[in-house]
Design a protein around this ligand. Structure first.
Ligand SMILES: Nc1ncnc2c1ncn2[C@@H]1O[C@H](COP(=O)(O)OP(=O)(O)O)[C@@H](O)[C@H]1O
Ligand SMILES: [Mg+2]
Length: 209
């Protein structure tokens, strides 16, 4: 089999596994909201680093340039790590799909504390087709999708928004048709107390790509 065919099949398999995985997670989330007791103190930068191998794989197969910038400051937040990973993967999988037929394909992930010190910002931007203005207020509604029936459930951003808002965070979008889209998430950080010893490690990453 030719290398290009292998790449195509690998890409197809990956996107199908991905689709099934996110569909399952979305259905699980809707049917069984997570108890607050599952919240843990984590460094948001480390959570991003933990999902980065999956995102890197996608970007290689989809020929997308990946830019990652994670502050080395400790960005401690009270979260359910699995859910926040789901948030990141939902946003990046939308970004990859939005860039499918674009000539410029760049996915950028940034995570940094705001100067005020108490908020942590996560930004996920793509150079994809963008979201027309009149649809931007609809994208977070359950079952809203512009994708073909089998490709989109319209639950991804609904679940993302619910997860962020359950953490008392904020999410918003900026997008321009033909230019790209950025999603912004802001979570309240917690101060590094001496009793926070078991947080995830690897807090010292500055940039990666
Ligand atoms: N990064 C993006 N670029 C362009 N459109 C997007 C992006 N993210 C989301 N959208 C739009 O928002 C809709 C809803 O997204 P989502 O809730 O994840 O559902 P789905 O991906 O299953 O369609 C998508 O169908 C698409 O129209
Ligand atoms: Mg989606």
């Amino acid at each position: 089999m030719k290398e290009s065919d292998l790449k195509m099949y690998a890409s197809l398999m990956l996107s199908e596994v991905d689709r099934t995985h996110s569909l399952l997670n979305e259905l699980l989330f809707i049917s069984k909201p997570q108890p607050q007791s599952d919240l843990k103190t984590c460094n948001l930068g480390s959570i991003v680093m933990e999902v980065l191998p999956i995102i890197k794989n996608h970007s290689i197969l989809k020929e997308v340039e990946l830019e990652v910038s994670i502050s080395k400051a400790p960005m401690l937040v009270q979260i359910n790590p699995q859910q926040v990973k789901q948030v990141i993967l939902n946003l990046t999988s939308n970004a990859f799909e939005a860039m499918d037929n674009c000539s410029k394909k760049t996915l950028s992930i940034k995570c940094f504390p705001l100067p005020c010190g108490s908020k942590i910002r996560l930004e996920i931007s793509d150079t994809g087709k963008g979201i027309p203005c009149h649809l931007q207020e609809k994208i977070f509604e359950p079952f809203f999708s512009t994708k073909e029936e089998k490709k989109g459930t319209g639950l991804g951003l609904y679940v993302v928004k619910n997860i962020v808002e359950e953490l008392n965070g904020k999410i918003w979008v900026k997008s321009e048709t033909g230019v790209g889209t950025s999603f912004f998430i802001e979570l309240t950080g917690i101060m590094a107390h001496s009793n926070v010893k078991n947080m995830s490690s690897r807090a010292d990453i500055i940039t990666a790509s």
